[in-house]
Design a protein around this ligand. Sequence first.
Ligand SMILES: [Zn+2]
Ligand SMILES: [Zn+2]
Length: 219
Amino acid sequence: MIDLHTHSLFSDGELAPAELTRRFEVAGYRAFAITDHGDQSNIDLIIPRLVAFCEEHNSRGGMRVIPGIELTHISPESIPTLVSRSRELGAKLVLVHGETIVEPVAPGTNRMAIESSADILAHPGLITEEEVVLAKQRAVYLELTSRKGHSLTNGHVAQLAKKTGAPLVLNSDAHAPGDIWPAAHLQDLVVGAGLTEDDYHTMIKNAEYIVQRCLTSKI
Ligand SMILES: [Zn+2]
Ligand SMILES: [Zn+2]
């Protein structure tokens, strides 16, 4: 199993990277990404530390950990610069905190995240069909999530992705040990959003592809 969206205590998660990693390992995951909330004030603090942790951890084999960032509540016009800056700082995976219906995320965030070629648009809320088509064209993955609140629009995102062929991934957005989704129920979450078992397997392949891309990228 793979999870590409989690938080450590470098933002509002409960655990340090080492314990978060151990918890995912024990839960049976073989790769996961730490993607703390970032903005103009902190990406230069968070990303190099996550990079250092992941390099040391991955040098010993076993579960792969990917250093990432979730650009969160930044103005849409600042997104392109911060996506680039995050990659320069060493983030292998750049998420943008999308227009969830349970927070006042600035309108235009979804579109700018896609146009900036972020890797994953997290919890995109009531994303439009036009934006979903654009995500497909730009190869930006859209997220289904097990996170309470954000998950309320999984069905909407799933329906539009299915209709247009846009790529999906399934993440936990874990902030605490109890948020690590049990393997046996991951497929239920996808089927519950109106998709099929085959769609679930496609999502697993998408996550595997992203992990490979992260682990082999030089930047
Ligand atoms: Zn988020
Ligand atoms: Zn998050």
